[in-house]
Write a protein that binds this ligand. Sequence first.
Ligand SMILES: Nc1ncnc2c1ncn2[C@@H]1O[C@H](COP(=O)(O)OP(=O)(O)OP(=O)(O)O)[C@@H](O)[C@H]1O
Ligand SMILES: [Mg+2]
Length: 241
Amino acid sequence: MILQINDLSVEASGKAILEGINLEIKKGEVAILFGPNGSGKSTLIKAIMGFGGYRISGGEIKLSGRRLNDMAIEERVKLGLGLMYQHPPKIRGVKLAQIADFLARDNAKINDFASRLSLGEHLNRDINLDYSGGEMKRSELFQLILQDPQLLLLDEPESGVDLENISIMGGVLSEYLKKEGKSALIITHTGYILDYIKAKKGCVMIGGKLWCVGNPKEMFEEIRKSGYEKCRECHEPNRIE
Ligand SMILES: Nc1ncnc2c1ncn2[C@@H]1O[C@H](COP(=O)(O)OP(=O)(O)OP(=O)(O)O)[C@@H](O)[C@H]1O
Ligand SMILES: [Mg+2]
């Protein structure tokens, strides 16, 4: 088991945001997280990463059997966590090429992924500064793959990306996950990523609780047809296989 979350509750600014979350992701497994805006999906990812301002008020998070609760972000990253942000930070004064070199120290690999993700002409620019929405998402995926973590946390990787580039990103990500046997937790609203990534487990977050676990493609079709209404009616939070 790479990720184990047991009965996790999280607060931010003194407000309870997540309650009683249980989730497990095995090595090589991809889990998809759905849920309406403001339901707590990004908060779950921030709590796993250990971002300041997100206090674990109950339960625990384990990565490869190691308890993360009180661990600094950099320790978690060393243990194998990597994040693709929903809203990536812009870093003035640090070039994309510099972070790429720091992450991979492998020119062939850097040039290969830069070319596949059409980032060659951006390598000499400050990270994410004045990038278009799609360029920023490609740059995030590029950095994440070069970092090469054990568990990839992807917060809406395809949001704001045109269909052609979703196909390129989906292909690159899918090949990387398969080849390297990596695990991932992917948040999506549009479901486009499901066309490229083989994922067995899907779950729905509503009001800070995980409501359901099932086949992600089937769940997405249901959500597309009926919105989250059926999930709300289901009233079976935390029904984890
Ligand atoms: N640091 C914080 N302080 C106060 N409230 C917060 C904080 N972080 C998140 N929240 C609130 O917690 C709720 C969940 O936010 P979160 O970003 O996790 O939602 P989400 O499911 O990712 O939504 P979206 O699909 O819109 O990205 C929201 O109401 C948000 O305003
Ligand atoms: Mg979010």
